[in-house]
Design a protein around this ligand. Structure first.
Ligand code: ZN
Length: 263
């Protein structure tokens, strides 16, 4: 009897050491079923989720739960952040990190939501979204977020764009989620990004919009939009770019979409 109590105490102490008490509670809570008010909008609007096999859907829902429990959603010039907003924003982060089971964009614990584009006092411009590592926040215009999902195949998606910025930063920030991208693949990707960026700048043939050539971070964010919304087009345009992105994210969205179409 004493032995069992001892084992339980050791397990609890170790778990507490690795996750903290809050972390443990959240991990336990996120294993529960996703509430219907969150699940419904995801089922209705998230194309990636819709295409997942049933087993993967459960994992996706648990990741959404975890994201919901660990992030603070803050309304800006709107009355409240609705459950639908929370669900669809969380699902976007989960879609992007689905192949990276331990990655939850840990550094970014605040999601700020404006109704429309907003004036940023930092650079005195109107923004549709931004990621601010200093304030640990991801900022989104809800109208533009919705527009991104209203047309899921046009290669433009604000939510994925901003989450991509957060993911690339998370890889650089020294915490539990540091340096998760495969280094060799990341170097390969940087070389390809450089070549493609100069092609965009010089008016070469490309499927990228001009904005992708601003810098490497913007190129990554726009690449993620294309990867999820036009994977076949991106693959046909540059199999290398598609493959390195797929290797970095450790998922193959083209294959996921193909599977369902052919069944
Ligand atoms: Zn950007």
């Amino acid at each position: 009897m004493f032995f069992y109590v001892f084992v339980i105490v050791v397990v609890v102490i170790l778990a507490h050491k690795f996750y903290g008490l809050d972390g443990l509670l959240v991990k336990w809570k996120s294993k529960r079923d996703l509430h219907i008010q969150y699940k419904e909008p995801i089922e209705k609007y998230n194309r990636f989720y819709q295409r997942l096999p049933d087993k993967s859907k459960i994992i996706f829902e648990q990741k959404v739960n975890y994201f919901l429990y660990t992030k603070e959603f803050i309304p800006r010039t709107i009355d409240e952040v609705t459950d639908e907003m929370k669900a669809l924003i969380s699902a976007t982060a989960v879609q992007l990190t689905f192949g990276l089971p331990d990655i939850t964009l840990k550094h970014f614990d605040k999601i700020l939501i404006y109704p429309n584009d907003y004036y940023s006092t930092i650079n005195r411009q109107y923004h549709k979204g931004e990621v601010n590592p200093r304030y640990k926040s991801i900022v989104l215009s809800w109208q533009h977020f919705v527009e991104g999902f209203a047309n899921p195949t046009d290669g433009i998606n604000l939510g994925l764009h901003e989450m991509a910025h957060a993911l690339k930063l998370e890889n650089l920030i020294q915490n539990e989620e540091y340096a998760f991208f495969d280094r060799v693949e990341l170097e390969k990707w940087k070389t390809l990004a450089k070549a493609e960026t100069s092609k965009i700048k010089n008016g070469g043939e490309t499927i990228y919009r001009q904005y992708a050539s601003v810098n490497e971070d913007e190129f990554f964010a726009v690449s993620i939009e294309l990867y999820f919304e036009q994977p076949h087009k991106l693959f046909e345009f540059s199999p290398e770019l598609y493959k390195t992105l797929s290797n970095l994210l450790r998922q193959d969205v083209k294959q996921l979409y193909d599977k369902i179409t052919s069944s």
